[in-house]
Structure formats: structure tokens, C-alpha cells
Write a new protein. Structure first.
Length: 217
């Protein structure tokens, strides 16, 4: 397979940026980088399953480091498709409310390969995202969204892998269907089915449901 030489070493387009540690997903050192994502196919194996990654979340300690990373992705033709802004304030209708503990700085970048990288940073010190980073570190993968054709079939498959759905049914809205699952270690994955023209990684009500479910961990 063709390899790309970068300051971080050599990457193959089919390589995985993740490893699993006691059931949790983490970015391997040097892989959550703009250089890696610039050439990655977004096709990989997680939990033994060959998947196409729709989007993944990279966490930052603050908004400044998030913006610096977004600028690095832009150098590789990354294009902003969501944000930057504070979720939900700058993304959702005014009547949409979510406890401030769950607010985040959010920006999503579409890479030339078609994969999406969601950048998140805590809104306030000590909030849910800040605690997530304190507990699991910056290499932690908050969640990975996997493209599927049939949510019901995929759901059965992931349930056999110790992943439990966080809602009884998929959350559906705005040409985006999403279903969130968590394993016993606490790793969240998302199964997603979208209309091709829609590049959003969330629909306000959908992600609200996910974020609320995290508080039940
Ligand atoms: Fe997502």
C-alpha cells in the first residue's frame, strides 16, 4: 500500500488511528493529526468489524487549541461544514434548551476523502466535556459514527458485540438517522444513515438525546 511520509512518520491510507484499551477507543499516539487525516480513507476496523467512518470526535482542552487544529486541517483542504460555535446556542433553535453542563465548542471539518472530523472543546471548566477529558485524556475518542445502510441490521450486529442502544429506537430528523450505543466500558459508537447531500453530524434533537444519555453513565 502507498505510504505517505510526514513529520510524524509513515501512514497508510487504510491504517487505523484507533486502538482499543479495555473496551475503550483511543487515538494511537501521533494519529489524531492533520497529516494523518489528510490521507486517511476513513475505512478501518473497530471491535473486529470492517467499517466506514462517517465522523469521529477529537477533543481539545480549549477553543484556541481547537481553532489551531482546524487551521491545520484547512491546509489539507479541510472545509468547515459546522461551526465554529457553541452548541447548542449557535446551532439550534432558540427554544431548544440543554443544561449548560453539556454545552460545547464545536466545529466540523469535511476532509477531501469525504470523512468528517468533529472538533470539540469544553465550554466551561469542570463541565461534562472537561470532565470527560480529565477522566479519559485527550487521546480518548468521544464517539465514532459508522455509516450503515440499514440501522436495524447494524444494531443487531453491534448488540452482539456488547453494545447497548441508548434509546429504544433510532433518532430520526432532517435527513439524518442516528442510533447511539455504548459498551460496558463506556465507549459510545453511533450508527448513522444520511441523505448524501446532508453533511451535518447532528440534528439538534438527536444530539441532545445523546448528550443527555451521557449524564446517565
Ligand atoms: Fe456524532
Amino acid at each position: 500500500m502507498k505510504q505517505l511520509e510526514t513529520s510524524k512518520g509513515k501512514f497508510s491510507p487504510g491504517e487505523s488511528p484507533f486502538w482499543e484499551k479495555s473496551g475503550l477507543l483511543e487515538f494511537k499516539p501521533g494519529y489524531a493529526t492533520s497529516e494523518f487525516f489528510a490521507q486517511w480513507s476513513f475505512q478501518t476496523k473497530i471491535y473486529g468489524e470492517a467499517v466506514e467512518v462517517d465522523h469521529l470526535v477529537v477533543s481539545f482542552p480549549d477553543f484556541t487549541s481547537l481553532e489551531n487544529y482546524a487551521a491545520a486541517l484547512a491546509k489539507f483542504q479541510g472545509k468547515i461544514v459546522e461551526g465554529p460555535g457553541v452548541f447548542p446556542l449557535e446551532f439550534c433553535p432558540q427554544n431548544y434548551t440543554l443544561t449548560t453542563d453539556l454545552w460545547i465548542h464545536l466545529e466540523t471539518i469535511l476532509m477531501p476523502s469525504g470523512g468528517l472530523i468533529v472538533l470539540q472543546a469544553p465550554h466551561t471548566e469542570g463541565d461534562r466535556t472537561d470532565r470527560f477529558i480529565q477522566e479519559r485524556g485527550l487521546a480518548a475518542v468521544h464517539h465514532v459514527a459508522i455509516k450503515v445502510d440499514d440501522l436495524q441490521t447494524a444494531a443487531l450486529n453491534w448488540q452482539e458485540k456488547d453494545f447497548t442502544p441508548l434509546s429504544l429506537e433510532p433518532v430520526v430528523g432532517d435527513s439524518l438517522s442516528q442510533w447511539f450505543f455504548r459498551n460496558s466500558a463506556g465507549q459510545i459508537i453511533e450508527l448513522i444513515n444520511r441523505s448524501p447531500e446532508n453533511q451535518a453530524t447532528f440534528f439538534c434533537q438527536n444530539i441532545g438525546g445523546l448528550r443527555m444519555s451521557e449524564t446517565q453513565v
